[in-house]
Structures are given as C-alpha cells and as structure tokens.
Design a protein around this ligand. Structure first.
Ligand SMILES: [Fe+2]
Length: 195
C-alpha cells in the first residue's frame, strides 16, 4: 500500500483516524458518475425529518467503492491494528437486506441527527465525494468529553469505532453534500449478530 498522510485523534477512549485516500481525484469522479447514473435504483431504509438517511446501491452498479473500502480495511490493520473484512452485500442469513455501505445525500439545509453504528462491526468509515465549503461538519459526541468537529474534504476518510455517536451539521452550502459510509467487520462473525 502506498504511504499516505494520516492523523489520529484521541477522543476519550476512542481513536478516530483521518486519512487522505490516494488518487481521489481519479476514483471520486468515476464513483460519482456511477452513483448519479443509478439514482433511480437507490434503495432506502429510513426517512427522518423528510430526508432518506441512507441510499443503497449494489456493488455491481458502483464498482469504484472497492477503492476506498479496500484502502480503509488496509489502513485499519496497519495503523489502528484492527483486522477487518469488507462485505459488499448483506450476508446470507442477515435480517437486514441492505449492503453495509451506503451513500449519504444532504441537500442544502439538511442534517443527519446523532446516531451510532453499533452493529457488531469492527470499524465505521466515511469518505467525502462532494462537499463545498460549509456543507456541514461531521461531529462526534461523547458524554463527559463534549464534541469534536471534522470538516468534510474531498478524498478525506474518517474511521471511527461503530459505537461512537456522531451526526452531521446542517448543509449551509448551495450544493448537495455526498459521502460514502460503510462498516467493516470482524471475523469470524455470526450473521445473527450483524444487525
Ligand atoms: Fe453514521
């Protein structure tokens, strides 16, 4: 793996890893093109405050997601010492039909409320595909520690423990904010515990 710039942030007992995904100038436009071509095929799971929180597509429609997902798996092992595996689709036996990766689309004025990804995954990850200035920072919240804010930047990846509560501030830019989020999994795993 190519060396990359990265930064570790300690937040209570949690480690948050920031990294620049190599060659993002190349794979982001390709991934956005794939995603935009298949917007009509989006599957969605939950609607909050008039906005679908997660938009899902199968990996065969957006094959460039493999690049950031593989990078995250490798970096998690190298820097965070967390071995994990990628799932490109919902495992057989899971009662959740959605793949464990999704797009977050936020129009101007939209937010994502505080939540976590406590689904027995090893790591949660988000990377930014489209975000202008003031498109809304990612924030983490921890009782007794307060909050920390991370501004979205194209090609920036944020890796964090799935149990850590987080949300996204209001998009005050004039364009849609688009990120790709996914969970990486421990192995071996029990399908009954995945969701
Ligand atoms: Fe999230």
């Amino acid at each position: 793996m190519k060396p990359c710039k990265h930064k570790e942030i300690q937040f209570g007992k949690n480690t948050i890893l920031l990294a620049d995904v190599p060659d993002f100038e190349v794979w982001i436009p390709s991934l956005l093109q794939e995603m935009n071509a298949h917007r009509a095929a989006f599957d969605t799971s939950h609607r909050i405050n008039g906005r679908w929180e997660n938009s899902y597509l199968s990996v065969d429609l957006v094959p460039h997601i493999r690049i950031p997902m593989r990078f995250a798996r490798n970096l998690g092992k190298e820097i965070m010492k967390i071995k994990s595996m990628i799932l490109f689709e919902s495992p057989t036996g899971s009662n959740n039909p959605h793949p464990p990766f999704w797009f977050n689309l936020a129009k101007p004025g939209e937010i994502t409320g505080l939540h976590n990804h406590a689904h027995y995954s090893a790591l949660s990850v988000v990377t930014y595909l489209q975000a202008e200035l003031d498109a809304g920072s990612l924030y983490f919240h921890l009782e007794g520690e307060g909050q920390i804010e991370i501004e979205p930047e194209l090609g920036r990846m944020v890796m964090f423990p799935p149990s850590l509560h987080h949300g996204v501030r209001v998009n005050r830019s004039t364009t849609e904010r688009i990120s790709l989020a996914f969970n990486l999994f421990s192995f071996p795993f029990n399908c009954d515990e995945l969701w």
